[in-house]
Design a protein around this ligand. Structure first.
Ligand code: ZN
Length: 289
């Protein structure tokens, strides 16, 4: 990807090095929190409650960390190439979604991206780095520990800058869903669902749409891509498919418990967004799959 020397977003909140008081660090395997947030979006339950119930994320109380833990929002610090890279990717998502929203007469409200290390206090609770990147719909912020990209490389075998850009753009995709009220619609559908399996299936569609939205970002920024970049993104999408993760972690595949979709589905929808470059081509809610 061509990003060096390019302008970065001014919506970066750098909380790295900030101590989060209280409680022990809770690790629960990457993408766990995304799942919980997905479920809570669908069920209408307060994610803080759900996470607390599952013991995944500690409840943020006044005795522990202040809910409104914040750092100044601005550009990524100079002399920090990895943070600056994320800043440029975030900026590109802003340009993409500002353009798309303007076309339909809407205003895009840009999300803040919080960089943290170790632990972070979001409006969705206190999370440890082990959760992987996540979007908190309650404060409209994307949370990212850069250490996740080492995981993506070593554990998931998906290195490369566009693999990282895909992850950021997927989380931004959840923000877009939030702004468009799609998350709310899915939540309403979820409340009518008769089983957990049905609920999970809706979560999969929401996640695949975020993958497709990430593809739309890629389409709009084709000129910044190098040969092989798209493949890096597709490899990452395949690596974090539910079937791959289940095979790796439990040795068998249980489709009814999927919340994000199989490798094949994730690759398909990322490709769809990349090719179409249009969010209206990302209707993962119609059709059988
Ligand atoms: Zn997601």
């Amino acid at each position: 990807m061509r990003w060096e020397g390019r302008e970065g977003s001014s919506n970066i909140e750098d909380r790295r090095g900030m101590r989060v008081p209280g409680g022990r660090g809770t690790g629960f395997g990457c993408i766990g929190l995304l799942v919980v947030l997905g479920i809570s979006l669908l069920t209408g339950a307060d994610p803080r409650q759900l996470l607390g119930l599952l013991g995944l994320v500690e409840q943020v109380t006044s005795q522990q960390a202040p809910v409104a833990q914040q750092a100044p929002v601005g550009q990524a610090p100079a002399g920090d190439p990895q943070a600056q890279f994320i800043g440029v990717v975030l900026k590109d998502t802003e340009t993409t979604w500002n353009t798309i929203f303007q076309r339909s007469g809407r205003r895009y409200s840009e999300p803040t991206l919080v960089l943290f290390d170790g632990r972070v206090a979001s409006s969705c609770g206190l999370a440890s780095a082990a959760v992987g990147p996540f979007y908190c719909p309650l404060d409209g912020k994307v949370y990212l520990d850069l250490a996740f990209f080492r995981e993506l490389d070593r554990r998931f075998g998906a290195p490369g800058d566009f693999a990282q850009a895909y992850v950021v753009a997927h989380e931004v995709g959840h923000h877009v869903q939030n702004l468009l009220g799609l998350s709310d619609q899915v939540q309403a559908a979820q409340q009518r669902a008769r089983s957990q399996e049905q609920a999970n299936a809706l979560s999969v569609r929401l996640e695949l749409q975020a993958d497709c939205f990430a593809g739309v970002y890629g389409h709009f920024n084709q000129k910044t891509l190098d040969p092989g970049d798209v493949e890096e993104g597709l490899r990452a999408a395949a690596a974090i498919g539910d079937d791959m993760i289940q095979k790796q972690s439990q040795g068998y595949v249980a489709p009814e418990s999927w919340t994000h979709g199989s490798s094949q589905m994730r690759v398909r929808w990322l490709k769809q967004g990349l090719t179409a470059g249009d969010p209206s081509a990302c209707d993962t809610f119609k059709g059988r799959e």
